[in-house]
Design a protein around this ligand. Structure first.
Ligand SMILES: [Zn+2]
Length: 341
């Protein structure tokens, strides 16, 4: 794992030294907009003890460096203003910064850093789970698995390959994402029965909560764009179509009622959507819907499947954990520029 990380860092540095990252940036500036997805921004102690998957975490200091670097070099779009103009080629690459899930640390760390830098951000929240502790099942499952013996985990999931704890957690979460909510709850109950002492461990993560409505209103007043991430973060393609439609309409209604402003942006939970879900999103009144597939938003992009780049700590730092322009440029520009767009 560490060797892969070092090799990727060296590759990014080499591409930068050859000028290829510069060419990728130029290509993106001509063709479209890069939309970033982040989830959580944490201080060191919470970062190391968090039960969230590593692919959702960024250190507070790294985020601060990312924002300073991005504001200095790129045009940061405010998605409140709608789709970007495609009339003229932008002089600088354009990016937009989004957060999924509405975590409390977005209020504690991310928003103050972005606001101080006058950097527009968008946060996609789930009104049905605003202001609660351990709001998402993957963190609960991760915490339960960390507190359960290998033997017990394999009794519950007998066909799981023998691997390290981190890979086991990722494999179980990936499998549970494919389940119906009822099946998933039943498996989680089995894990709870096999993992005593869960509550004590949960208490070690004070920021493992979603923002309250009061906090969402406060950052909205300070200029943060608020979009919907559905009502309760169900995977829309795994639930009956009428419930998916209700997740889309009720979340939009709740945001509009609580913030007294229109809500026209949506991020699909886990990025999952299909033609029916996109139509339901359109019917629910959304105008922009963001997915998770890698790529660049151009004037040819379907506004109900706008690509985004998921960003986390390992995509922004050197192997020693310092912010790296080469790594950031590699993931922000090289990968989307070389993907088919
Ligand atoms: Zn999410």
């Amino acid at each position: 794992m560490q060797i892969t990380f070092v090799l990727r860092y060296l590759r990014a540095c080499l591409l930068r030294a050859c000028g290829l990252l510069w060419l990728a940036k130029r290509r993106i500036a001509k063709r479209g907009v890069i939309v970033l997805t982040l989830h959580r921004v944490l201080e060191n102690d919470e970062f190391s003890s968090s039960s969230s998957l590593p692919a959702t975490l960024v250190h507070r200091k790294t985020f601060q460096r990312l924002i300073a670097w991005a504001c200095d070099r790129f045009e940061i779009l405010d998605l409140k203003e709608g789709a970007p103009s495609w009339d003229a080629t932008a002089s600088r690459p354009r990016i937009a910064i989004t957060f999924d899930d509405g975590w409390l640390d977005n209020y504690e760390f991310a928003e103050p850093i972005a606001t101080r830098a006058h950097c527009p951000i968008t946060i996609f929240v789930c009104p049905g789970i605003a202001g609660i502790r351990f709001p998402f099942w993957p963190e609960r499952v991760s915490r339960l698995l960390a507190n359960t013996s290998d033997a017990a985990v394999h009794r519950i999931f007998p066909d799981l390959p023998n691997a390290g704890r981190e890979q086991t957690i990722e494999a179980v979460i990936a499998r549970m994402k494919e389940m119906t909510p009822e099946d998933r709850d039943s498996w989680i109950r089995q894990l709870e029965d096999a993992a005593p002492g869960r509550q004590t461990l949960e208490d070690r993560e004070p920021l493992n909560s979603t923002m309250t409505w009061e906090q969402i209103r406060e950052i909205s007043h300070r200029g943060v764009a608020i979009g919907s991430h559905t009502l309760t973060h169900q995977i829309l393609t795994s639930i009956p179509r009428d419930i998916a439609s209700s997740e889309l309409t009720t979340s939009r209604d709740a945001i509009e009622a609580n913030l007294q402003q229109s809500c026209v942006m949506l991020a699909y939970p886990n990025g999952n959507h299909d033609a029916g879900i996109r139509e339901a999103a359109r019917a629910a009144g959304y105008r922009l819907a963001f997915a998770n597939q890698r790529g660049c938003w151009t004037n040819k992009t379907d506004l109900f499947q706008i690509p985004r780049i998921n960003i986390w700590e390992a995509k922004l730092t050197t192997p020693r954990g310092r912010f790296s322009q080469a790594m950031a440029e590699y993931y922000l520009f090289w990968q989307p520029a070389t993907a088919s767009i």
